[in-house]
Design a protein around this ligand. Structure first.
Ligand SMILES: *Cc1c(COP(=O)(O)O)cnc(C)c1O
Length: 434
């Protein structure tokens, strides 16, 4: 069962937690209990593939609420892409999580959330409209996941002129049940439109709205899988993960994996200049603030939602958090320099988010003994998604995947709209009639 981080007494089914998205008390959904995986699981781990690991972990976390044979089908369809470990230097590996359809690690979470919502909707045969405000990566991962779904319409809202060229193409070229609204405003305006729609009684009477935001528990659960999967490739007692962090979903996935029994020596959280979490780890004080724009834009978060889940997992014990997590932060210049240095020394090109994870690992290693540990940097996006930040020399070295190149050739279709709520509402109501 699931509970809210604000109230452990009321229990929710997985279905409730996924379809509601967020509990009414303003907390976040978490599994009521995270039971460690049994001895047998860990013994057999090195013979298991990704889908088998996914099946074991997810059925444990959702108490078999989806029958095993159904869940097996879901995980095989959802995680149908690879997560290769690339060796950078001795005992140091890059876990490439960007081989899904939109070339960022958000595919893991978004695809599973879509599969879970589709599964629960198919039994109720109710048509729902998913609203998603996006600053870039999330929207396309969500849209891709629902593409062609019979019971789901997706309406994406993105700020006109404020996403990268390739991100805009990914948002506006899908067609079918996906509509992209190009809002004349900022990401915050887009988010406000969505939030207003959710509390609009008139609208909610005529259509069934669902949110696909990053706080949905179905987006979080899959983010624990690849930690265990990476570990399965080594026969080693100690492992260190460096995690490029913004809203802290990826890191929270790792902490859940640890609760499941994964022997992690330390998690390293890598922040860019938006370092609210680094400061929290170091001082115990959580002081959210407005985000600032950096070249690792998916980590530009000033008030990370998943801090609530981390506090919940550690019963707000700051010392225990510090025992498990270190945090560091870096500026754009350091990140760019790291990208250039790694390209030169290892002939490997990081995107700006992953480069931040690399720097954090280096910083940790400069002051800690780690003789026997395997070090893994989670790579969160393909560098070709962020071409604008690279100089010409590096750009030439980056091979843009065929699918991304094709996306660039497709014709963009978007509906331009003001950030006025009544325009948005009228659009949704007219869509309902058509
Ligand atoms: C979302 C994102 C992150 C940050 O992950 P969180 O779970 O929000 O901490 C890092 N890198 C990329 C490329 C992302 O899209």
């Amino acid at each position: 069962m699931f509970i809210s981080t604000n109230n452990k007494k009321i229990k929710f089914s997985f279905k409730d937690a996924v379809t509601k998205g967020m509990p009414a008390d303003n907390g976040l959904f978490m599994p009521e209990e995270i039971k460690p995986l049994g001895e047998k699981f860990w013994q057999q781990l090195n013979q298991m593939n990704f889908a088998e690991i996914a099946l074991a972990i997810i059925s444990n976390l959702i108490d078999d609420e989806i029958p095993r044979d159904e869940l097996k089908k879901i995980v095989e369809e959802t995680f149908n892409f690879d997560a290769p470990l690339v060796e950078l230097s001795e005992d140091t590996f890059v876990l490439e999580l960007f081989h899904g359809p939109t070339f960022a690690f958000k595919d893991f979470g978004a695809r599973f959330m879509a599969s879970a919502l589709n599964y629960f909707n198919e039994t109720s045969k109710k048509k729902i409209t998913v609203l998603a405000a996006t600053s870039g990566d999330t929207g396309s991962a969500v849209a891709h996941s629902f593409l062609g779904s019979k019971y789901v319409d997706v309406v994406l809202l993105y700020p006109s002129g404020k996403v990268s060229k390739i991100q805009e193409q990914q948002l506006t070229t899908l067609g079918q049940n996906i509509t992209a609204l190009e809002i004349e405003g900022t990401f915050d305006d887009c988010q406000k439109l969505v939030k207003t729609a959710f509390v609009d009684d008139e609208l909610n009477k005529t259509m069934s709205l669902s949110s696909a935001n990053s706080i949905n528990i179905a987006r979080l659960i899959p983010q624990s899988l690849y930690y265990v999967y990476a570990y399965s490739k080594f026969n080693r007692a100690e492992i260190i993960f460096s995690v490029p962090s913004g809203n802290l979903g990826n890191l929270t996935g790792g902490l859940i994996a640890k609760k499941l029994g994964l022997p992690v020596k330390i998690f390293i959280a890598a922040n860019n200049r938006n370092n609210v979490f680094e400061q929290f780890v170091n001082t115990g004080e959580y002081l959210p603030r407005a985000s600032i724009k950096t070249i690792s834009n998916a980590m530009d978060v000033g008030d990370p939602s998943n801090i609530k889940r981390i506090l919940h997992l550690y019963e707000s014990n700051h010392q225990k958090i510090k025992d498990d997590i270190c945090a560091y932060s870096f500026g754009d210049d350091e990140i760019l320099e790291a990208i250039r240095n790694v390209a030169k020394s290892y002939n490997y090109i990081f995107d700006p988010h992953t480069a931040c994870g690399f720097l954090a690992l280096q910083k940790y290693l400069s002051v800690n003994k780690t003789a026997n540990a395997i070090k893994i940097i989670l790579s969160t996006a393909h560098p070709a998604k962020f071409l604008d930040v690279f100089d010409e020399k590096l750009k030439e070295k980056i091979e843009t995947p065929v699918q991304l190149k094709e996306t660039l050739r497709l014709e963009k279709t978007s509906i331009k709209m003001s950030s006025d709520y009544f325009d948005f509402k009228n659009y949704l109501l007219s869509k309902k009639l058509s």
